[in-house]
Design a protein around this ligand. Sequence first.
Ligand code: E4P
Length: 219
Amino acid sequence: MKIFLDTANIEEIKKGIDWGIVDGVTTNPTLVAKENTVFEDRIVEICNAVKGPVSAEVVSTDYEGMIEEAHKLIKLSEHVVVKIPMTHEGIKAVKTLSKEGIKTNVTLIFSPLQAYLAAKAGATYVSPFIGRMDDIGNTGMDIVEEIIQIFDNYGYETEVLVASVRHSEHVLEAALAGADVVTIPFDVLEKLFKHPMTDLGLERFLKDWKKYQEYMKNK
Ligand code: E4P
Protein backbone atom coordinates (compact mmCIF):
# COMPACT_ATOMS: atom_id res chain seq x y z
CA MET A 1 0.00 0.00 0.00
CA LYS A 2 1.33 3.41 -0.95
CA ILE A 3 1.44 6.17 1.65
CA PHE A 4 0.55 9.72 0.63
CA LEU A 5 0.74 12.67 3.01
CA ASP A 6 -2.49 14.66 3.29
CA THR A 7 -1.01 18.11 3.75
CA ALA A 8 0.23 21.20 1.92
CA ASN A 9 2.86 21.89 4.57
CA ILE A 10 6.29 21.64 2.97
CA GLU A 11 8.21 20.97 6.22
CA GLU A 12 5.96 17.99 7.01
CA ILE A 13 6.34 16.69 3.46
CA LYS A 14 10.15 17.02 3.54
CA LYS A 15 10.31 15.20 6.90
CA GLY A 16 8.13 12.34 5.58
CA ILE A 17 10.25 12.04 2.43
CA ASP A 18 13.40 11.99 4.55
CA TRP A 19 11.99 8.98 6.45
CA GLY A 20 11.77 7.21 3.09
CA ILE A 21 8.14 6.09 3.26
CA VAL A 22 6.16 8.81 1.46
CA ASP A 23 5.06 8.02 -2.10
CA GLY A 24 2.90 11.05 -2.85
CA VAL A 25 0.85 13.94 -1.50
CA THR A 26 -2.80 14.97 -1.52
CA THR A 27 -3.90 18.55 -0.98
CA ASN A 28 -7.30 20.22 -0.92
CA PRO A 29 -8.44 23.86 -0.80
CA THR A 30 -8.68 23.76 3.02
CA LEU A 31 -5.14 22.42 3.44
CA VAL A 32 -3.67 24.94 0.98
CA ALA A 33 -5.58 27.87 2.54
CA LYS A 34 -3.95 27.07 5.92
CA GLU A 35 -0.50 27.71 4.42
CA ASN A 36 -1.06 31.37 3.38
CA THR A 37 1.04 31.00 0.25
CA VAL A 38 0.56 31.10 -3.53
CA PHE A 39 -1.27 27.89 -4.49
CA GLU A 40 0.58 27.21 -7.76
CA ASP A 41 4.00 27.87 -6.19
CA ARG A 42 3.28 25.50 -3.34
CA ILE A 43 2.14 22.74 -5.71
CA VAL A 44 5.40 23.09 -7.69
CA GLU A 45 7.40 23.03 -4.44
CA ILE A 46 5.61 19.86 -3.28
CA CYS A 47 6.05 18.14 -6.67
CA ASN A 48 9.77 18.92 -6.71
CA ALA A 49 10.15 17.49 -3.22
CA VAL A 50 8.09 14.31 -3.52
CA LYS A 51 8.67 13.42 -7.19
CA GLY A 52 5.51 11.30 -7.05
CA PRO A 53 1.77 11.89 -7.51
CA VAL A 54 0.55 15.20 -6.04
CA SER A 55 -3.20 15.85 -6.04
CA ALA A 56 -4.15 19.48 -6.68
CA GLU A 57 -7.85 20.30 -6.56
CA VAL A 58 -9.91 22.38 -8.97
CA VAL A 59 -12.30 24.92 -7.46
CA SER A 60 -14.58 25.43 -10.47
CA THR A 61 -17.88 23.62 -10.28
CA ASP A 62 -18.73 23.65 -13.99
CA TYR A 63 -17.30 21.31 -16.64
CA GLU A 64 -15.59 24.04 -18.73
CA GLY A 65 -14.01 25.64 -15.66
CA MET A 66 -12.71 22.30 -14.37
CA ILE A 67 -11.16 21.43 -17.74
CA GLU A 68 -9.53 24.85 -17.99
CA GLU A 69 -8.12 24.58 -14.45
CA ALA A 70 -6.95 21.01 -15.07
CA HIS A 71 -5.01 22.09 -18.16
CA LYS A 72 -3.31 24.87 -16.15
CA LEU A 73 -2.54 22.55 -13.22
CA ILE A 74 -0.85 19.85 -15.29
CA LYS A 75 1.51 22.49 -16.72
CA LEU A 76 2.91 23.01 -13.21
CA SER A 77 4.56 19.59 -13.04
CA GLU A 78 4.46 16.11 -14.54
CA HIS A 79 3.55 14.87 -11.04
CA VAL A 80 0.25 16.74 -10.78
CA VAL A 81 -2.92 14.66 -10.44
CA VAL A 82 -6.06 16.75 -10.95
CA LYS A 83 -8.46 16.40 -8.06
CA ILE A 84 -12.09 16.66 -9.13
CA PRO A 85 -15.21 16.60 -6.95
CA MET A 86 -17.77 13.81 -7.30
CA THR A 87 -20.49 15.71 -9.18
CA HIS A 88 -22.18 15.36 -12.58
CA GLU A 89 -19.90 18.03 -14.02
CA GLY A 90 -16.91 16.50 -12.27
CA ILE A 91 -17.47 13.03 -13.72
CA LYS A 92 -17.97 14.54 -17.17
CA ALA A 93 -14.64 16.34 -16.76
CA VAL A 94 -12.93 13.13 -15.58
CA LYS A 95 -14.12 11.35 -18.73
CA THR A 96 -12.62 14.07 -20.95
CA LEU A 97 -9.38 14.31 -18.97
CA SER A 98 -8.92 10.56 -18.94
CA LYS A 99 -9.28 10.49 -22.75
CA GLU A 100 -6.54 13.16 -22.85
CA GLY A 101 -4.31 10.96 -20.67
CA ILE A 102 -4.53 13.33 -17.68
CA LYS A 103 -4.50 11.72 -14.24
CA THR A 104 -7.44 12.42 -11.95
CA ASN A 105 -8.41 11.83 -8.33
CA VAL A 106 -12.16 11.91 -7.71
CA THR A 107 -12.67 13.37 -4.27
CA LEU A 108 -15.56 13.51 -1.79
CA ILE A 109 -16.61 9.90 -2.36
CA PHE A 110 -19.10 8.70 0.23
CA SER A 111 -20.65 5.65 -1.46
CA PRO A 112 -19.40 2.64 -3.43
CA LEU A 113 -21.60 3.57 -6.38
CA GLN A 114 -20.02 7.03 -6.60
CA ALA A 115 -16.65 5.26 -6.79
CA TYR A 116 -18.01 2.95 -9.48
CA LEU A 117 -19.11 5.94 -11.61
CA ALA A 118 -15.70 7.59 -11.18
CA ALA A 119 -13.92 4.40 -12.24
CA LYS A 120 -16.25 4.03 -15.23
CA ALA A 121 -15.34 7.58 -16.30
CA GLY A 122 -11.64 6.65 -16.15
CA ALA A 123 -10.46 8.15 -12.85
CA THR A 124 -6.92 7.28 -11.82
CA TYR A 125 -7.85 7.36 -8.11
CA VAL A 126 -11.04 7.49 -6.06
CA SER A 127 -10.93 9.01 -2.59
CA PRO A 128 -13.49 7.62 -0.12
CA PHE A 129 -13.65 9.94 2.94
CA ILE A 130 -13.54 7.48 5.84
CA GLY A 131 -13.22 9.81 8.84
CA ARG A 132 -16.05 12.08 7.74
CA MET A 133 -18.32 9.01 7.45
CA ASP A 134 -17.33 7.84 10.92
CA ASP A 135 -18.08 11.39 12.15
CA ILE A 136 -21.74 10.98 11.18
CA GLY A 137 -22.11 7.55 12.75
CA ASN A 138 -21.35 5.33 9.73
CA THR A 139 -18.44 2.92 9.39
CA GLY A 140 -16.32 4.54 6.71
CA MET A 141 -14.18 1.49 6.12
CA ASP A 142 -17.22 -0.55 4.97
CA ILE A 143 -17.37 1.42 1.73
CA VAL A 144 -13.67 0.88 1.10
CA GLU A 145 -14.22 -2.88 1.17
CA GLU A 146 -17.21 -2.56 -1.16
CA ILE A 147 -15.31 -0.36 -3.62
CA ILE A 148 -12.41 -2.84 -3.72
CA GLN A 149 -14.90 -5.66 -4.38
CA ILE A 150 -16.60 -3.76 -7.25
CA PHE A 151 -13.27 -2.82 -8.86
CA ASP A 152 -12.09 -6.44 -8.58
CA ASN A 153 -15.36 -7.75 -10.06
CA TYR A 154 -14.94 -5.67 -13.21
CA GLY A 155 -11.17 -5.27 -13.42
CA TYR A 156 -11.13 -1.47 -13.01
CA GLU A 157 -7.58 -0.17 -12.73
CA THR A 158 -8.69 2.89 -10.74
CA GLU A 159 -6.78 2.95 -7.45
CA VAL A 160 -8.60 3.11 -4.13
CA LEU A 161 -7.10 5.97 -2.12
CA VAL A 162 -8.38 5.95 1.46
CA ALA A 163 -8.82 9.57 2.59
CA SER A 164 -10.02 11.54 5.60
CA VAL A 165 -7.90 9.37 7.86
CA ARG A 166 -8.08 10.28 11.55
CA HIS A 167 -5.94 7.69 13.33
CA SER A 168 -3.65 4.65 13.04
CA GLU A 169 -6.56 2.19 13.17
CA HIS A 170 -7.82 3.62 9.85
CA VAL A 171 -4.40 2.94 8.30
CA LEU A 172 -4.41 -0.64 9.59
CA GLU A 173 -7.92 -1.23 8.30
CA ALA A 174 -7.03 0.25 4.89
CA ALA A 175 -4.05 -2.09 4.63
CA LEU A 176 -6.09 -5.13 5.71
CA ALA A 177 -8.81 -4.26 3.17
CA GLY A 178 -6.17 -4.12 0.42
CA ALA A 179 -6.48 -0.41 -0.45
CA ASP A 180 -3.96 0.82 -3.04
CA VAL A 181 -3.15 4.05 -1.21
CA VAL A 182 -3.80 5.68 2.13
CA THR A 183 -3.41 9.43 2.50
CA ILE A 184 -2.67 10.51 6.05
CA PRO A 185 -2.10 13.66 8.07
CA PHE A 186 1.49 14.09 9.30
CA ASP A 187 0.62 13.50 12.98
CA VAL A 188 -0.90 10.11 12.12
CA LEU A 189 2.20 9.18 10.11
CA GLU A 190 4.38 10.00 13.12
CA LYS A 191 2.20 7.81 15.36
CA LEU A 192 2.60 4.79 13.05
CA PHE A 193 6.25 4.53 14.14
CA LYS A 194 5.47 4.45 17.84
CA HIS A 195 5.11 1.57 20.30
CA PRO A 196 5.97 1.81 24.02
CA MET A 197 7.48 -1.71 23.93
CA THR A 198 9.91 -0.57 21.20
CA ASP A 199 11.08 2.34 23.39
CA LEU A 200 11.40 0.12 26.47
CA GLY A 201 13.16 -2.61 24.51
CA LEU A 202 15.67 -0.18 23.00
CA GLU A 203 16.31 1.41 26.40
CA ARG A 204 17.09 -2.02 27.87
CA PHE A 205 19.37 -3.07 24.97
CA LEU A 206 21.38 0.16 25.28
CA LYS A 207 21.64 -0.16 29.08
CA ASP A 208 22.87 -3.77 28.82
CA TRP A 209 25.35 -2.78 26.08
CA LYS A 210 26.77 -0.03 28.30
CA LYS A 211 27.19 -2.53 31.18
CA TYR A 212 28.96 -4.92 28.81
CA GLN A 213 31.30 -2.17 27.59
CA GLU A 214 32.19 -1.24 31.19
CA TYR A 215 32.85 -4.89 31.98
CA MET A 216 35.13 -5.23 28.95
CA LYS A 217 37.00 -2.04 29.90
CA ASN A 218 37.65 -3.17 33.47
CA LYS A 219 38.49 -6.77 32.59
C1 E4P B 1 -8.26 13.81 0.73
O1 E4P B 1 -7.61 13.86 -0.29
C2 E4P B 1 -8.64 14.95 1.55
O2 E4P B 1 -7.65 15.95 1.43
C3 E4P B 1 -8.69 14.65 3.01
O3 E4P B 1 -8.32 13.33 3.31
C4 E4P B 1 -9.86 15.20 3.74
O4 E4P B 1 -9.78 14.82 5.09
P1 E4P B 1 -10.54 15.55 6.28
O5 E4P B 1 -11.87 14.91 6.44
O6 E4P B 1 -9.66 15.31 7.47
O7 E4P B 1 -10.63 17.01 5.92
